[in-house]
Design a protein around this ligand. Sequence first.
Ligand code: HXC
Ligand code: NAP
Length: 278
Amino acid sequence: MLKDRSIFLTGGGTGLGRSMALHFAMLGARIFLIGRREQPLKEVCDEIQRGGGSAAFATCDVRDYGAVETVAKLAYEQFGRIDTVINNAAGNFMARTEKLTPNAFNAVVGIVLNGTFNCTQVFAKKWIVEKLGGNVLNIVTTYAAANCGSAFVVPSACAKAGVLAMTTSLAVEWAKYHIRLNAIAPGPFPTEGAWSRLMPSKQFEEHAKESHPMKRFGRHEELTSLAAFLLSDMAEYINGECVVIDGGDWLRGAGEFNDLLLIPDAAWENMEAARTKK
Ligand code: HXC
Ligand code: NAP
């Protein structure tokens, strides 16, 4: 399905990025992974290569435009060309917004919004010169939608809404260059990265599951299948779209973390103190 495709995937060492990397490699794509830590990227790369696939990696902080240019060059040297960018890297945590430092806000917005712009623009500039087109897939969230947002994850909500606006805007602006941009808005999919930062307790996790219309979280293969379809030639006429994959969760009640309102101030204070101690 993705034979002869070369994909640049951010945050590909863990969680949903790792699952996408393995799935796309199985479908025939060559994968170039980036993230800040070498170890998880290397492990995914090794796993793909052991399975007979083609993969390479480089460490890079997506907030640094120059570093993105450098790894884009490496990716081109590795595979001849990159035809697809997946902006999956993200930062997030739950916090009472009045307690955020400016740096905390900037850290998340920098990774999610600036990072997505950096990777998208660096490759699109090449694609426009090459006249061979390209494909961008942005991983957002259900609370990225206009008029939605979510309490307690405000930097992420602001940044993901920006990424969605970038997706729809560029889908129009760059269609003439045969560059296609789409987004996926996942509901809850268990990953170490998300769960460790966004699930305050086992009890809250149970609450999230119980209040879900399907009473379950997403399975990684459900998301990777959707992503593969959107990247494939079968979806050539889908441009500027955001596909929600959440089992109907957000239709039941927008703002995935609004129920953190149930957490009493004393519990927030304990969590904040625990973080400061580390
Ligand atoms: C308040 C926090 C905080 C927290 C960090 N900060 N964690 N503030 N509450 N829990 C503050 C720090 O004190 C610091 O501000 C600033 O944020 C930057 O923190 P650093 O650790 O120096 O930054 P950095 O190393 O760049 O780390 C970025 C990060 C971190 C976003 C803070 O969490 C990270 O690396 N995340 C990557 C992976 C991730 O977040 N995955 C989850 C994606 S899930 P000061 O002022 O003290 O310097 C997702 C899906 C949502 O997005 C939907 C799920 C259902
Ligand atoms: P994750 O495992 O924590 O993935 C985030 C990845 O981004 C990590 O591999 C991390 O690697 C990388 N990253 C973070 N900051 C980076 C930076 N500055 N530069 C380069 N790479 C960076 O979490 P996940 O749950 O799989 O999330 C993947 C995507 O799905 C994110 O866009 C997230 O917002 C979205 N999403 C997830 C869920 C969910 O329920 N899991 C729901 C909705 C949306 P390093 O730390 O090594 O850099």
